[in-house]
Design a protein around this ligand. Structure first.
Ligand code: SAM
Length: 448
């Protein structure tokens, strides 16, 4: 007979540990005296801390923990500028307690480690200078915080107070201001109001147009309050469908059902729920990095995979001229409609609706000169990478929001005969563990 032993919860247990290297996800690795692996938040490499377990039991492969006492502090540590940051508090930022330059070094260490572990690549292999570049204007002194977040997802607690979710929790940390929120979001005064019957609020402050939008999710059976904010704003409402195959729809309450973003000399319509980079300088910066890497030539054919509302497709169409052609592929219906609207003045841009792995092999295209892919966090995957390589592009630009997915896909590209020409990394999410990369690839045979 097998014994059914229940694992013992270790939540609340405290361990005094030396903090080791940073790991992907906003924490550092440490080991207890018995050799248990801890992922410790609110710590920095080289510190000695008391770590209190927040998740895990006696059978867990690793435990999650918060540094609750710092016994020996890193020289990179600062007092968190945000009063809502810290163990058990707001989960929005991971590195409030690190100097801005140190945050970028931590992100660079994560990228180096992911490239090495998942693809066997060194910074030299991908021609990366090992730095994570700040966005223009974001190089602030220690203790200051750039206000960059143009899209903020507030949660509302049972008492109707707006706040942000705690780390890996549905609980709400009520706040009176989010320091990383862009001025256009803070000016709405969302945190000052009561939100009875509301479960969530997404606030958007578009770049360059002054458009502001709030998307409200009522509680089940809840009614929409009259929304009075400190600045003019469009209001939309989320309707959650019922049943197994329920879809989430967004309805206009008043104002425009979209915001207008400005980037690369154009105005982009972005419907509610559609993707747009959150940092106000991200779209411009990424277009510049991608175009420098691809060096589009007049008359070439290009693909923009996972194209959203058409940012890179438009930038490419502009540079490829009248004889050039661009095909964009995007799975979100609203984004496809927006991309077609945004790029209606280009005769030779086509936007296909559907998943890249299903649509790309069916397009009938057998060749492309240049390709941009900007997949979601999961990456593109082996099959899509193979399909791209089979089109024999002379260059590929891979825009990545997840270093692990980037590393895996770079390994697939290597198997398919493509090597990195160079890589750049950008800190487009200061105070959090996120960052963005642009890798430019070319056929390995070239110059090797
Ligand atoms: C990181 S965003 C990039 C959007 C665009 N390149 C931009 O910079 O604004 C990824 C986009 O891929 C779309 N998407 C997610 N999975 C997809 C799939 N399997 N096939 C096609 N599009 C997908 C999402 O809807 C989203 O618009």
């Amino acid at each position: 007979m097998s014994s059914t032993r229940t694992p013992e919860s270790l939540v609340g247990q405290e361990y005094e540990v030396e903090v080791g290297p940073v790991a992907h996800g906003g924490h550092c690795v440490a080991r207890t005296a018995e050799g248990r692996v801890l992922f410790v938040r609110h710590a920095l490499p080289g510190e000695r801390v008391v770590a209190r377990v927040t998740e895990g039991d006696s059978d867990s492969r690793f435990l999650r923990a918060d540094a609750v006492t710092v016994l020996y502090a890193s020289k990179d540590r600062v007092e968190a500028p945000c009063p809502f940051a810290g163990p058990g508090r707001c989960g929005g930022c991971d590195w409030q307690h690190a100097k801005p330059g140190a945050q970028r070094r931590l992100k660079a260490d994560v990228l180096t480690e992911q490239l090495s572990r998942l693809a066997g690549l060194t910074p030299e292999d991908v021609n990366w200078d090992g730095t994570v570049e700040p966005a223009p204007g974001d190089k602030v002194p220690a203790g200051e915080v750039p206000a960059w977040r143009t899209r903020v997802q507030y949660a509302v607690d049972e008492d109707g107070r707006a706040g942000l979710r705690r780390h890996r929790s549905h609980e709400v940390e009520p706040i009176d201001r989010c320091l990383i929120a862009a001025e256009g979001v803070s000016e709405l005064g969302i945190e000052k109001r009561q939100w009875p019957q509301i479960a969530g609020i997404e606030a958007v402050a578009a770049t360059g147009s002054g458009d502001r939008q709030v998307v409200l999710t009522p509680r089940p059976g809840g009614r929409l309050p009259i929304v009075e904010l400190d600045r003019p704003v469009s209001v939309l409402r989320v309707a959650e469908g019922k049943g197994r195959n329920a879809t989430r729809t967004i309805h206009r309450v008043h104002g425009r059902p979209f915001v207008r973003e400005r980037a690369d000399g154009r105005t982009w319509r972005v419907g509610a729920g559609g993707f747009w980079q959150v940092h106000p300088r991200a779209a411009e910066l990424l277009v510049d990095a991608v175009m420098r890497g691809l060096t589009p030539r007049k008359g070439e054919t290009a693909l923009d995979l996972y194209c959203g509302v058409g940012l890179f497709a438009g930038a490419l169409a502009d540079r490829l001229g009248e004889r050039g052609a661009v095909l964009g592929i995007e799975s979100a219906k609203q984004a496809v409609e927006d991309a077609r609207h945004n790029l209606a003045d280009f005769d030779r841009v086509r936007i296909e609706h559907g998943k890249v792995d299903q649509v790309l092999p069916r397009t009938g295209i057998t060749e492309a000169d240049i390709v941009v892919l900007d997949p979601p966090r999961a990456g593109a995957g082996r099959d899509t990478v193979r399909t791209i390589a089979s089109l024999t592009p002379r260059r590929v630009a891979y825009v990545a929001c997840d270093p692990a997915a980037l590393a895996r896909d770079l390994a697939y590209f290597r198997d398919a005969g493509y090597k990195p020409r160079f890589l750049r990394a950008f800190d487009l999410f200061p105070m959090t563990h996120h960052f963005e990369c642009v890798a430019i690839l070319e056929p390995a045979a070239k110059g090797s």
